[in-house]
Design a protein. Structure first.
Length: 54
């Protein structure tokens, strides 16, 4: 899933270099990809609690 985040960041950066409507549209796609990546990330706090409980 790391690739999805990198693609999202790349699209986001590329869209800001273009100052037009297509760039804005690409920015939303990039943000959506990054948001999707974060949604699939496990919660690190739960993992830490699980490790200390062992």
């Amino acid at each position: 899933m790391n690739i999805v985040k990198n693609i999202g960041i790349f699209i986001l950066g590329f869209s800001f270099s273009r100052n037009d409507t297509a760039g804005l549209f690409l920015a939303f796609i990039g943000l959506a990809l990054i948001g999707l990546w974060h949604a699939f990330q496990p919660d690190y706090r739960e993992q830490e609690q699980g490790n200390t409980a062992k």
